[in-house]
Write a new protein. Structure first.
Length: 390
């Protein structure tokens, strides 16, 4: 990882599970790894220190996938379409399955498109996500892909840069796939709001880097890209940062000292907020005397991280999730059962916490309230939510 010698510890979260490694029984053995969050004091970049082994992140279940926000894609593709000079000959490429919906939009406009095939192009077998793509895309595989599909005038790289273990090698591969005047479109989560609020769910073992509009530009420039334009797309929770770049010269990036101090202050504020949130949550649960138990609605990595990082395993009774594949399994580390909403009787619990996609939080809360007698409190685990309980 870049700048590791200048990275200082922010939070040591101790032993943590791989959050997508659901258990099939209470007796199933489980592996845990040290999870540490740090910050590079030369440029303010917040990142994991000694991240989990890459191969451990490969999902054990073929139904596990992650969805990214897409409401802005029509606007993005339209804007890119207007900047491409020779539209009939232009080729648009994609790196992972997260780029498919963008490529479909380009195809509908008449562009030639291609996307890296993890089995045929990277020689990977089984269910593979971005954790496997990032580890297998290098100059050697990129040259083979370029020979097969041709270089791209526009290359889509959505929500993978923050997962990349060797960004220098990955950047070299991306550069090789571009035409001389080609443009690469990076998209990463904007962690600014989560950093300011001390949101524990920001930390995820699969995200090695936690970007702000400032640090993503520094990161890409340091890895040989010339940044042409950036845009922040507003969403509930994390905004998205779009960066349009082209091949440049790899160099050491001089970071403005004022900007660096601002980023470092964000790291300090995050740690303070994280620790204060933990105290407030435990104080709240103690004051509420949740004798009928606490349920969490949503059984993804946010719910797993929240429960484990805040040390709430002894407070949580059950997780609720309508993904049929999760029904009957147990959450990592806490080993609490996962049930579907049709099995869940909300009025039997003192407290129900929302850990669902913020876009649907209000809808899910309304449905739960219909099943209670007014004695069950309902709120969100996300500090940015208007329904935040703590």
């Amino acid at each position: 990882m870049s700048g590791i010698d200048e990275t200082r510890l922010l939070l040591d979260l101790g032993l943590q599970p791989v959050s997508n490694r659901y258990l099939q029984s209470l007796e199933q053995p489980e592996q845990h790894f040290i999870l540490k969050l740090g910050q590079n004091y030369s440029n303010g970049q917040i990142q994991l220190i000694d991240p989990f082994p890459q191969h451990e992140l490969k999902p054990r279940y073929d139904w596990i996938t992650y969805n990214e926000p897409e409401a802005h894609l029509d606007h993005l593709v339209d804007a890119l379409h207007r900047t491409i000079p020779d539209k009939k000959k232009a080729v648009v490429g994609g790196v992972s399955f997260k780029d498919d919906s963008t490529l479909e939009r380009f195809s509908s406009l008449g562009y030639q498109t291609w996307r890296i095939d993890v089995e045929k192009d990277l020689s990977l077998e089984g269910h593979m996500g971005v954790e496997s793509v990032q580890g297998s895309l290098n100059r050697l595989t990129a040259q083979t892909i370029k020979d097969k599909y041709g270089e791209a005038e526009c290359l889509i790289v959505r929500h993978i840069w923050e997962h990349v273990y060797n960004q220098s090698e990955f950047a070299s591969a991306i550069s090789l796939l571009l035409s001389d005047e080609g443009r690469v479109v990076f998209e990463v989560p904007d962690c600014t709001r989560l950093l300011k609020s001390g949101d524990s769910t920001m930390i995820w073992e699969e995200h090695l880097y936690y970007y702000t509009p400032s640090t993503i530009v520094h990161s890409l420039e340091a890895n040989g890209f010339e940044v042409l334009d950036t845009e922040i797309v507003p969403y509930l929770g994390e905004n998205s940062i779009i960066v349009i770049a082209k091949n440049g010269v790899k160099r050491g990036v001089r970071v403005d000292s004022g900007d660096s101090m601002e980023q470092i202050d964000l790291g300090r504020r995050y740690v303070e907020g994280f620790r204060q949130s933990k105290i407030k949550i435990h104080d709240y649960l103690l004051s509420q005397n949740c004798t009928r138990g606490v349920a969490i609605f949503g059984a993804g990595h946010s719910a797993c991280g929240f429960t484990s990082f805040m040390e709430l395993e002894n407070h949580i009774s059950v997780f609720v999730d309508d993904d049929k594949n999760k029904k009957g399994l147990y959450m990592p580390k806490s080993k609490r059962p996962i049930v579907s909403s049709d099995q869940f009787k909300a009025d039997e619990y003192s407290l129900v916490l929302m850990a669902v996609n913020p876009q649907v939080e209000d809808i899910v809360m309304a449905k739960i309230k219909q099943k209670t007698n007014g004695q069950t409190k309902i709120g969100s685990i996300f500090p940015f939510s208007q329904n935040y309980l703590f």
